[in-house]
Write a protein of this length. Structure first.
Length: 202
């Protein structure tokens, strides 16, 4: 089944009495997102999987995602995995818990947050308004995803951080070396701190 207003192939409905592992992947139709979704399916361990991909398709190709989704479904069917795929075409800035009515109340929900405005060079040109967009998507958008995950009682939250937060430092494992050198890097670091604050608050 698919949610209203979404794109992508028809999904395989859940069958049986086994609880599914539910994964929400923001930015899931992008280059890294397609790799992540394939990895999730590959590492199921035979468990039932429900995958919700959230993407506004601003930089992702709908045709490529549709082809990838077909491959995911074929792989699941070929390996006897009960698999449900939902594609939600939506901007994370407008995301809310009501968008996930189909999975609300489910256990074992994990969120992988990849969606971001990742244009480093445009973020350096304040005249284009790219800085505002970068901060809005990467900080406020991340907060929106975190709040939604919290209200869905997600058990795990994975945030795609950026090595740009460390500037030109080689010691990327040392938090004391944080030295973002672009508005994009700052926005990703603030997003990371937002995730940390929700972890500590929860």
């Amino acid at each position: 089944m698919t949610t209203d207003g979404t794109t992508g192939p028809e999904a395989t409905p859940h069958q049986g009495n086994h609880e599914a592992d539910t994964y929400i992947v923001t930015g899931g139709a992008g280059f890294i997102g397609k790799w992540v979704t394939a990895s999730i399916l590959k590492k199921t361990g035979g468990r039932n999987i429900r995958l919700v991909v959230v993407d506004n398709f601003a930089t992702s190709d709908r045709g490529e995602w549709s082809d990838h989704a077909e491959k995911l479904l074929a792989s699941a069917n070929g390996n006897g995995i009960v698999f449900e795929l939902i594609t939600l075409e939506k901007d994370i800035l407008q995301l809310g818990v009501d968008d996930f009515a189909a999975i609300r109340g489910q256990k074992n929900i994990s969120v992988v947050h990849l969606a971001a405005d990742s244009r480093v060079l445009p973020s350096l040109d304040g005249a284009t308004g790219a800085v505002n967009k970068c901060m809005e998507v990467n900080v406020l958008g991340t907060q929106r995803v975190l709040e939604t995950a919290s209200r869905l009682d997600a058990k795990r939250f994975v945030y795609a951080a950026s090595s740009t937060c460390y500037g030109n430092s080689l010691s990327v494992l040392d938090r004391n070396c944080v030295a973002p050198n672009s508005p994009y890097a700052v926005s990703k670091y603030l997003g990371e701190e937002m995730v940390r604050s929700y972890r500590d608050w929860e």
